[in-house]
Design a protein around this ligand. Structure first.
Ligand code: C2E
Ligand code: CA
Ligand code: CA
Length: 740
């Protein structure tokens, strides 16, 4: 039987590893020590173990054996290290490897943390960690010899509770307790590490900054526990999209960051951002409530947008700001011209306040005493019946003509008005203006007015509609309110009440931009819409062969038919699009092919002339948009750099002015600025104008602009700048001036 008593009897060394001297402690002493050992073992406050020179167990406390559910006899002779393993929670950090290493080196072991191999533990026992200590036993009896190694003798302690607490503490310090994502501290540290490691190797790293749109609204209306649950679900979705491609962190509130190492391809980054936006914008179910939010994303890439963390964070923040204010649910890459956007936005807000003041007098009527020209106005775009080209109604669209800046698009100023709350006043004004204008028409045609979700969520809204109807005498059946799906993100009760009150007034309701949001069919069942408006984006691509857009248009029209709703197809610009949408069942069209929005005066003139029919007029075929631009760029040919003017840009090609005598087929490199170099081939050359095709198509910058997928790193640019051109230019460079 193996006991401490037996062990001590056979063990020839004392605690220092020395053989007892002849005058060593007497037997009484040994018996006392034995009693102490046995008390310790029994008290479970510590155990003892010993191995032979080969590392196999020669002794282990009986209480320790209980942890393994095995008798001491079974364990004796087993390799000591086979009982312990690498800690799965902390691979590489506190593993069994140092134990093995120390044992192999015959070194002292001091409080080494190991995890018991679960398979070797008694069934059903919880994971356990031990701290091991031990001394090698070296025989130094023979002076001058190295000393024979006889194995180890040591102790062990169960440290499971304190170990788990330690892990938990470090987890809390590094991770967000709500979502389990990295916290600000960890993400900052990881980013610093990444940048430091990558600077030497010139590898790229991307920082994505995310901000949830309308999160505050959910928090305010449904309460903080619902807000927390929403954040948890967002975290899960982010984890699903990002996977192992990056590290996700929550910095607090509804602010998230994603770190992506070795990623600089703006095409891929844009796709990932789109995927994130798509998934996060899907509805959430929280305590039986339906919640919809959005997300905006700003991206900055090291080393192109900066090499220090602070620079990249600032750049991503500016990009995020631009994304949020560019209409939300968007991503943006940092570019140097974003720097002024914050100031730009502040000026816009101020200007919009002035503009509203210029039209909205204290009585809600244009201010008669004002000496200023009204800056805001309404225009009316005809909605035309396809079978006989008859105008059946108009959509009212707002226009802002700024005295210095000229026309500012509603896509720009409506979001500003929504963010600042000015939309309430602005929207009420638009409704009143449109109703006043409509009652002046000689024909009682329908008038559609856009209503922002912010307006719709205001409890006063149905009352305002009622007032306007009463004040103008407009037949409620002529008034159609265009809502977007975002009205459903408000809290259900207010929304239901608003729908009921509006229906009682007898006005019509249209669901605008259908197919671009989450398009939940349950909303169509819940809300009393009279019309669906098929979004322009489907029409834009319906003539492209590999697109599903035409089928989606057919499906939306079919759905509306089945539910007894009308449809209007928006944004038809060319005959080939008209043919497609008509073939898919479109009966009402609103688009430039029939008419742009018209001023009230023009409209009255036409109606007076009896013109209620508009023949379609426009291009036979729809061409994907080419953007007109006016930008100085560099054109590099061999080792010579020319200055030229970029006049026209699409994803696949560009038109450039300023170079004469460039043969078709010439290969050039365009320097589009900020490290954007693009290899192109000349496909057309006439006088000072060349047409070029990109070797790699450009990708979206998230804001309707185009950028190169990759950029030359600042390191490469610095090298290139040192190279001097020696040869004579081959092409003639001419000055081109902006045409009127
Ligand atoms: P929306 O409600 O989808 O309005 C249709 C937009 O498409 C209008 O742009 C219109 O001019 C444009 N459009 C019509 N036919 C064509 C076409 O064939 N091709 C192209 N490329 N575009 C076409 P607009 O006037 O710039 O308005 C933009 C958006 O601003 C509107 O989109 C609407 O969401 C918002 N908006 C405009 N006026 C108001 C308003 O009074 N109140 C509110 N809340 N929003 C408004
Ligand atoms: Ca509309
Ligand atoms: Ca629309």
């Amino acid at each position: 039987m193996l006991t401490v008593k037996n062990l001590l009897r056979t063990w020839p060394y004392d605690r220092r590893g020395n053989k007892p001297q002849p005058d060593a402690p007497a037997l009484g002493d040994a018996a006392h020590r034995l009693a102490v050992f046995e008390d310790i073992e029994r008290g479970h406050s510590g155990w003892f173990w010993a191995t032979d020179a080969a590392g196999c167990l020669t002794y282990i406390s009986p209480a320790a054996c209980e942890r393994f559910g095995l008798a001491a006899e079974t364990l004796i002779g087993e390799p000591f290290t086979s009982l312990f393993e690498t800690d799965p929670e902390n691979p590489g950090e506190r593993s069994a490897r140092p134990l093995q290493f120390l044992l192999g080196a015959h070194a002292r072991i001091a409080d080494v943390t190991v995890r018991l191999v679960p398979d070797r533990c008694a069934p059903g026992t919880q994971p356990a960690w031990w701290a091991l200590s031990g001394q090698p036993k070296i025989d130094v009896a023979k002076p001058g010899s190295d000393g024979a190694f006889h194995g180890y003798r040591g102790s062990a302690r169960d440290i499971t509770t304190e170990y788990q607490r330690r892990i938990e503490d470090s987890r809390l310090a590094e991770f967000d307790s709500l979502t389990g994502l990295a916290n600000r501290h960890r993400i900052t540290r990881r980013f610093d590490q990444l940048l430091a490691a990558f600077k030497g190797t010139m590898r790229p790293a991307t920082l994505m900054m995310l901000d949830l749109d309308r999160f505050k609204h959910v928090n305010d209306t449904l309460g903080h526990p619902a807000g927390d649950e929403l954040l948890r679900q967002v975290a899960q979705r982010l984890t699903r999209v990002v996977g192992t491609a990056g590290e996700i962190g929550r910095l607090g509130g509804d602010e998230f960051q994603i770190l992506l190492a070795d990623q600089e391809d703006r095409g891929k980054l844009g796709e990932l951002a789109d995927k994130i936006i798509g998934l996060v914008s899907q509805p959430y179910t929280i305590d039986d409530d339906h919640v919809v939010i959005g997300v905006s994303i700003g991206m900055a890439i090291a080393p192109f947008d900066g090499t220090e963390r602070e620079d990249i964070v600032r750049a991503a923040d500016l990009a995020l700001y631009a994304a949020k204010h560019g209409g939300r649910g968007q991503f943006r890459f940092y570019s140097s011209d974003l720097k002024d956007e914050k100031e730009e936005r502040r000026l816009l807000e101020e200007a919009l306040r002035d503009a509203i003041a210029s039209v909205d007098g204290p009585d809600g009527q244009p201010d008669a005493d004002s000496w200023e020209e009204p800056q805001l106005g309404m225009v009316y775009q005809p909605v035309v019946r396809t079978d006989d080209h008859t105008v059946v109604g108009f959509e009212a669209l707002m226009r802002w003509e700024h005295p210095q800046r000229g026309a500012i698009s509603p896509d720009v100023f409506i979001p500003v008005a929504e963010d600042t709350g000015m939309i309430l006043q602005l929207g009420a004004w638009a409704l009143r203006r449109a109703a006043h204008d409509a009652v002046c028409w000689p024909h009682p045609l329908r008038i559609a007015v856009n209503v922002s979700a912010v307006q719709f969520a205001s409890p006063e809204f149905p009352g305002i509609v009622a007032d306007v109807l009463a004040e103008t005498g407009l037949d409620p059946d002529r008034l159609e309110l265009e809502l977007t799906e975002s009205v459903f993100m408000g809290d259900g009760e207010t929304t239901d009440t608003a729908f009921k009150s509006l229906k009682q007034l007898g006005v019509r309701l249209a669901l605008d931009d259908f197919g671009t949001g989450y398009s939940s069919l349950s909303y169509l069942r819940a809300a009393p819409f009279d019309k669906l408006k098929v979004d322009r984006s489907f029409v834009d691509s319906c003539t492209l062969s590999d697109q599903n857009s035409a089928k989606i248009i057919a499906a939306i029209i079919g759905l509306a038919d089945a539910l007894g709703m009308e449809t209007t197809v928006e944004g038809v610009e060319a005959f080939d699009q008209r043919d497609v949408v008509c073939a898919k069942g479109a009966r009402l069209i609103q688009g430039f092919l029939y008419s742009p929005p018209l001023a009230q005066a023009v409209l009255l003139e036409r109606m007076a002339a009896g013109a209620l029919r508009i023949p379609p007029e426009g291009p036979q075929r729809h061409r994907p948009e080419r953007r007109s631009v006016y930008r100085r760029i560099g054109v590099i040919h061999e080792d010579h750099r020319y200055e030229a003017l970029l006049r026209n840009l699409s994803a696949t090609g560009a038109r450039i002015e300023g170079l004469v005598g460039v043969p078709v087929g010439t290969s050039l490199v365009l320097d589009l600025g900020a490290g954007q170099l693009a290899v192109v081939t000349v496909s057309r050359s006439e006088d000072a104008t060349i047409g070029v095709e990109f070797e790699t198509p450009l990708v979206s910058d998230g804001a309707g602009g185009l950028v190169t997928r990759y950029r030359a790193s600042p390191y490469a640019l610095a090298t290139a700048a040192r190279m001097v051109s020696t040869s004579a230019p081959q092409f003639l460079e001419v000055e081109v001036r902006k045409r009127a």
